[in-house]
Design a protein. Structure first.
Ligand SMILES: O=S(=O)(O)c1ccc(O)c(O)c1
Ligand SMILES: [Ca+2]
Ligand SMILES: [Fe+2]
Length: 350
């Protein structure tokens, strides 16, 4: 690559296609407590309490639930030309979209990136009221901001190289002693990640994560889902991650899109931030307390649209899959590496 990459600040918004706006509104607004910036009978624009840009999540009504856009904010209008030149040199589809193509967002560059994801780069966006201290409207489960995207892609090293080309750095990864890479977490903002690369059939969206400030907000969301008899929307957790050290919860929206609620990862902003590499057989890598990862978390993810809104085919992963070497694989996972306590917690049950 001769051209320099666009100066990405952070992950900024996602657009999800949902089949039933009313059911989705009950989930994202009534349960998760996101703030509605604007809504009509086709779409709902949502933001979390610390956010002052128009939205960080768009729910758009459509027949096929899928990811429509993952958007990154760049450091200025001038970065749009840089993005356009960079992706043209990559030889992928590049489109310049005029201001207002997306409500609340200025001029943008949209690409179908080398991993098959519809990615948007923008700077200008409409400012709306920041609810940081509007404690009169914060619910007990208040979400503070969008934190990261997690994408399924078959070849993690190739995806890592592409994102390193964009100036992202790795904070943590999961590997085995043959050098297979199962996942990597990469950042531009000084936290553990803006994007996580999870080895698997792709392009698929694994999840979108919002941050809260406190663990009790996550616990309230669980209690709220129990109270409305929607506990089946709790997929995994609450728990403490090994990777990232964040306290977490995964919930599934009415269309199956996975949302993570996440708090308390760590600062990564110094140039010599140490990379943490986990052994895929370490039982505490994905849950610090050694609780098993439910199979659906490994197998299910959202389909992805191309720039014309058409569902894309997925490419299977050819390297070994994490689920195949851990869940149900007695003796292939450990709590203590000395082998004294072999066996995944589910070991004898699956
Ligand atoms: O399950 S992991 O501890 O690997 C993990 C860490 C951070 C995340 O954001 C995540 O989704 C999953
Ligand atoms: Ca077993
Ligand atoms: Fe995550």
């Amino acid at each position: 690559m001769t051209t320099t990459p666009p100066d990405v600040i952070r992950c900024a918004y996602a657009e999800l296609v949902v089949s039933d706006l009313k059911a989705s509104r009950e989930f994202y607004v009534d349960v998760l407590g996101l703030v509605v910036t604007y809504e009509d009978d086709q779409a709902i624009y949502l933001r979390a309490f610390e956010e002052y840009l128009h939205h960080s999540l768009i729910l758009r009504k459509g027949a096929e639930p899928a990811l429509a856009v993952l958007a990154y904010r760049v450091r200025g209008e001038g970065e749009l030309d840089v993005a356009e030149a960079y992706y043209r040199e990559l030889g992928v589809e590049v489109r310049r979209v005029p201001a207002g193509t997306t409500r609340g967002i200025g001029e943008a560059v949209r690409v179908l990136d080398p991993l098959g994801f519809p990615i948007e780069f923008f700077y200008e966006a409409e400012h709306v009221e920041r609810f940081t201290q509007r404690y009169d409207v914060h619910g007990p489960g208040a979400l503070s901001r969008l934190d990261h995207f997690n994408v399924n892609t078959p070849d993690v090293p190739a995806a890592r190289k592409y994102y390193e080309g964009l100036g992202f750095r790795v904070s943590e990864d999961i590997v085995d002693d043959e050098g297979t890479v199962y996942a990597a977490w990469m950042f531009r903002k000084p936290t553990v990640h803006d994007v996580a690369l999870t080895g698997g059939a792709g392009p698929r969206l694994h999840h979108i994560a919002f941050a809260t400030h406190e663990r009790h907000q996550i616990l309230h969301i669980c209690d709220h889902l129990g109270a409305v008899r929607k506990s089946d929307q709790i997929e995994r957790g609450p728990g403490r991650h090994g990777v990232s050290n964040a306290f977490y919860l995964y919930v599934r929206d009415p269309d199956g899109h996975r949302i993570e609620i996440y708090t308390h990862d760590y600062y990564t902003g110094d140039p010599d931030n140490p990379v943490i590499s986990w052994d895929v057989h370490d039982n505490q890598r994905r849950d610090w307390w050694g609780n098993p990862v439910v199979p659906s978390w490994y197998t299910e993810a959202s389909r992805v649209l191309d720039l014309d809104g058409k569902l894309q085919e997925v490419v299977e992963r050819t390297e070994t899959k994490e689920m195949d070497v851990t869940i149900g694989a007695d003796g292939f996972s450990y709590t203590r590496a000395d082998g004294a306590d072999q066996g995944f917690k589910l070991g004898e049950q699956v």
